[in-house]
Design a protein around this ligand. Structure first.
Ligand SMILES: Cc1cc2nc3c(=O)[nH]c(=O)nc-3n(C[C@H](O)[C@H](O)[C@H](O)COP(=O)(O)O)c2cc1C
Ligand SMILES: [Mn+2]
Length: 471
């Protein structure tokens, strides 16, 4: 059974000890974010701040701060997440219109009742340009085709009823806003906060323009998402969302957005961004606001992106060679900038095609490393060892200057542009050279642990080694 809404998921998390309520008042400035940073670094629980200064609305933060909760959102084992995600992502299930009144419209605020400042919108980092909504899913329709798009874009709180929208070049929401501008009408955008968890993960699907991420969400949860029409704009939203912010882009107006502490672990610059005028806020009664942390990896921002980025990398790699063994969109590369792929190589040059395909894919990789199947792509030591022993820079490195790259890499020469590098660290075929590590025959039959346990040996940190442990 899929989760019916965010609340049922939170109840299940609490029962598993993976949600902790914080009843003491916390500050929306830094404190709630500091605590979220700490739980992210601990692989700890999601946090529900029940009392945030200046607000009557509780604030959930760190929902996806541990990878296991992304897996639970899709009701799969953590070790199966990438495979199951990839398989389900390709089986879209179209959303349906909900029967009866929608929970997300139990409270409807319009006109003077609209006041964004009553929400517990957090301030994250020292140099941030202000308070940002970071867990809002923006839903908008292409003005020509009517096709829906869902994606997450941070929004700067400007005043009671205005927000900025950070949708840089290449993002589908940006295309919608620009096409609406061209057609001389303001883009209508619904921002939904606190949806059923599979919808949040589906918002990160690397779907082509025109493919509905809510269809992807249906596929991920195995059942259609139920929608209701927003009250003041012609956009449909998930019926069980906690909070819906309905609005229109103000034609011709822009504000300075940023800086903001971003997913590469650096600040993004202050830049002009379009402004959204809020036309209604609708809510469930007892609504829960949600914040997502980003910044230095790993955070929930990274975990939320990872399954989708890995799936796209796998699919693109598979087109070049069906012998893809494993894909790691690495944490050190902020779950976007560095992809390590292992293959069973059947053609001397196919790693080069693979690098080009992955560097061009809309993930944002600036570095792709290809290794042989005996290398564990999740072990940085093994990957470096492959470079160390199987790669020659003049022969095996491709450098491509000046490509489009949907990233916030601060070293980029121009926004959303990057030089790209591919490293073929697979062993050359048929060279007659032996690239294998030396093996000890019978190694598996000769464990040391039992000897050490009997001798009472302890690790440097004081822990004993038991005979049934590896070693
Ligand atoms: C927590 C979180 C915050 C994000 N914030 C932004 C943002 O402010 N601007 C942006 O362009 N992408 C942001 N993203 C990434 C996009 O939502 C994501 O790449 C999405 O797939 C883009 O959708 P699209 O392909 O329909 O354009 C964020 C992702 C997450 C998980
Ligand atoms: Mn899209």
């Amino acid at each position: 059974m899929p989760w019916s809404d965010l609340r049922t998921f939170l109840t299940a998390l609490e029962a598993r000890g993976d949600l902790v309520r914080i009843p003491e008042q916390v500050d929306w400035e830094y404190e709630a974010v500091a605590l979220t940073r700490r739980t992210s670094d601990l692989d700890g629980p999601a946090l529900l701040f029940e009392r945030v200064r200046d607000s009557d609305t509780p604030c959930l933060s760190g929902l996806f701060a541990a990878k296991r909760r992304v897996a639970w959102a899709l009701e799969v084992a953590e070790s199966d997440l990438d495979d199951v995600y990839r398989e389900r992502e390709g089986r879209a299930i179209e959303p349906v219109i909900a029967a009866g009144p929608a929970p997300c419209q139990e409270i409807v605020l319009t006109g003077d009742q609209i006041d964004l400042t009553t929400l517990p919108i957090l301030r994250h980092y020292e140099r941030d340009g202000g308070r940002y909504i970071t867990a809002g899913l923006q839903i908008a329709n292409d003005p020509q085709t009517g096709r829906r798009n869902v994606s997450i874009h941070r929004m700067l709180l400007l005043d009671r009823n205005h927000l900025s929208v950070f949708a840089p070049l290449g993002r589908h929401l940006r295309t919608i806003i620009e096409r609406c501008n061209d057609a001389g009408r303001p883009a209508e955008i619904a921002t939904v906060i606190g949806t059923e968890p599979a919808i949040q993960i589906a918002s990160q699907a690397r779907a082509a323009y025109g493919e509905d991420e809510l269809g992807v969400a249906g596929g991920l949860r195995g059942s259609p998402v139920e929608l209701v029409r927003a009250r003041t704009i012609d956009v449909h939203v998930p019926a069980t969302s906690e909070i819906v912010i309905e609005g229109r882009i103000v034609p011709g107006r822009s504000v300075v957005d940023g800086p903001f502490g971003e997913y590469p672990g650096t600040y993004s610059d202050a830049k002009p961004a379009p402004v959204l005028e809020v036309t209604a806020i609708t809510m469930r009664s007892g609504a829960i606001y949600q914040n997502t942390l980003t910044g230095m990896p790993m955070t929930e921002n990274h975990w939320m992106m990872q399954a989708a980025a890995t799936a796209l990398a796998y699919r693109e790699a598979f087109k070049i060679t069906p012998e893809v063994k494993a894909v790691n969109v690495t944490p050190g590369g902020s779950s976007r900038h560095h992809i390590v792929v292992s293959i069973h190589k059947r053609h001397p040059s196919e790693a080069r095609n693979l690098m080009l395909a992955l560097l061009a894919a809309p993930i944002g990789a600036k570095l792709v490393t290809v290794v042989d199947e005996d290398i564990d792509v999740f072990d940085p030591l093994q990957v470096e060892w492959a470079m160390n022993t199987r790669m020659q820079a003049d022969r095996d490195v491709i450098i491509l200057p000046n490509l489009y790259s949907p990233t916030l890499d601060p070293s980029a020469p121009a926004p959303r542009t990057s030089a790209k590098m591919g490293i073929d660290a697979t062993a050359p075929m048929g060279s007659g050279v032996d690239y294998q590590p030396p093996r000890i025959p019978g190694f598996e039959r000769f464990p040391l642990a039992a000897h050490l346990e009997r001798a009472g040996w302890r690790r440097p940190d004081g822990r004993a080694l038991r005979a049934d442990e590896p070693g």
